[in-house]
Design a protein around this ligand. Sequence first.
Ligand code: NOJ
Ligand code: CA
Length: 535
Amino acid sequence: MRHWWEDAVFYQIYPRSFADSNEDGIGDLQGIRNKLGYLVDLGVDVLWISPFFKSPMKDFGYDVSDYRDVDPMFGTLDDLRTLLSDAKTRGIRIVLDLVANHSSDEHPWFFEARSSKDSPKHDWYLWVPETGRPPNNWTAIFELGSAWHPNLATGERYLGTFTKYQPEFNWRNDELREAFYDIMRFWYALGVDGFRLDVATGYFKDSELRSNPFSSKANPDFFQKHIYDRNRPEVHEVFKEMRAVADAAGERVLIGETHGHDRLLAASCYGKHDDELHLAFNFEFLYEKWGARNFRESAERWYAALPDGAWPNFTLSNHDHPRHAWRYRGRRFGGASSEAETEARARVAAAMLLTLRGTPFIYYGEEIGMTCYPFPRAALRDPLGIATWPLRGLGRDPERTPMQWTGGENAGFSTAKPWLPINRDYRSRNVATQETDPASLLSWYKSLIALRRAKAALHEGSITFLDLDVDVLAYTRRAASCESILVLINFASQPRAISQGAPGRVVLGTARAGGTALKAEGIVLKPYEVVIAEV
Ligand code: NOJ
Ligand code: CA
């Protein structure tokens, strides 16, 4: 049976940066609601909203102090109810971001847990006796110090592998598990369509607390192979339990965030018998250099890694990684040389994301080609960016700048000073300008999304890669109920002559109008040209 999330296009919203409705410089739920028309127009089916729960904002919402309420900064529970019902009326679903690996150190559970070893909540978190030194080499990766943080009241240390403000849960404790399943039921009852599970592969740690071995990779490993502080096999038991809770609520999606970029780990989250998560992120695309062959091989590896019946997904950008329009400009990822080339690559990347076999995830702003903004160090807000500067560049703030709605004051995001600086290119790169231009990147995204929705071959069909040219990503998508679709994407800045071997008719392209005939003997693709044709 097919599920709605397999045919859907997802759109990730980082709520602080999407739209500010009450002019305090921070995006909010009402802001999202005001933009539902835009999202319907864009054609996306599901919003994944990064955390907006009560939080001291030490990690901007990925440190939750109440899992059942909205932080006043973002609005109220009633605002969420209204957003859910308005979105539903417009055919848009909403997926929340559940941060279940750790809470905030200001969560009442942690206050209770840290007060005494006898507290009923003590065992909900992870502790070692204070011996004057940490028990192993696990690191708080946003602080670059030990992950074991002192707690004077109990003479112990607690675990926090992000910051000391994010104490980690003991998922071996049954009450803790039940508490989370109840939280999930609470949101399902309110009408949410599922969860993105933050650091899903992190819930369990080695019971012997062994030190991680050395890794030569700085990013995303921080020089340790995370085999003991995350990615333990016990997590599958919890995935099965979460799946049972989701199934009981009916057709709700569970999407796992895996740590690192390990497709096998991601594939394992689906379960061997379709009994764990419905989707798990494989982050390989985020690290892939520009090139048709790189992406093809990466996609093929991902398809091969997935268990039978598991449905793939693809992501090019999110709130933790430099935006892809920016990446493909940098030398490390195969450097575009001009603005025009950056733009052309954004179109190529979008065509790939939206025509491959698997659910696409769009990160807010990528549809207008937002890039990363290298603002001054003094403006940094991300704990990772601040602690690791300049080792990890500017951390994650550059990909979290406010959405660029207009060329006016603060890019139309807010009339107040925005919480992060706005990318200076907003005067030319914004929704208002692109909305009225049929040749804009935004219009290209809309056309691709509409085509994906209209053609069963694109949203559910099989995929067969074609060997036409090393710089041309080419595949056929097929479904019984519709014509086959041929996708030809030239990743090169030079023309490429190819022979696709069958006649066809263009349905969408960057340089050829819909309806144009494709001759069987072949065509010459222009630099960065995309052709999508019925064959
Ligand atoms: C992964 C999230 O995507 C990231 O933004 C966050 O900082 C960490 N998990 C900790 O919750
Ligand atoms: Ca606001």
